[in-house]
Design a binder for this molecule. Structure first.
Ligand SMILES: [Zn+2]
Length: 110
């Protein structure tokens, strides 16, 4: 599905910008940039990537986790489905919050 592929790009771009904001603060920037194209799972196991994750604030980490979870849902083909009630999350909501995992109803009831 084309829309999902576009969303995937948006999510990856947001993930990268979150990480790179912190990379600038680290001395091994060059090393990290060369591993940037690697799969995220491999990167997480990498020491320099772990340092970047350690430099992120709690809210940035949570956003990163939500983005990662959304990318996983894309891989599994369940992206856009509410994780609570299994109904489709409205497209307008996904456009505003690409990493949203709940529909508007389930979000407001939590
Ligand atoms: Zn729901």
């Amino acid at each position: 599905m084309k829309t999902t592929q576009a969303t995937r790009k948006v999510l990856i771009a947001r993930r990268d910008s979150l990480v790179q904001r912190r990379v600038a603060l680290l001395d091994d920037e060059q090393q990290l940039l060369t591993t940037r194209e690697a799969d995220w799972e491999d990167q997480a196991a990498d020491t320099s990537a772990a340092r970047v994750l350690g430099a992120l604030s709690d809210s940035e980490l949570r956003e990163l986790q939500r983005i990662h979870a959304a990318l996983e849902r894309i891989e599994r083909g369940v992206y856009g489905q509410c994780v609570v009630c299994m109904k489709r999350v409205p497209t307008a909501r996904l456009r505003a919050v690409p990493e949203a995992d709940r529909c508007t109803t389930c979000t407001s009831s939590h």
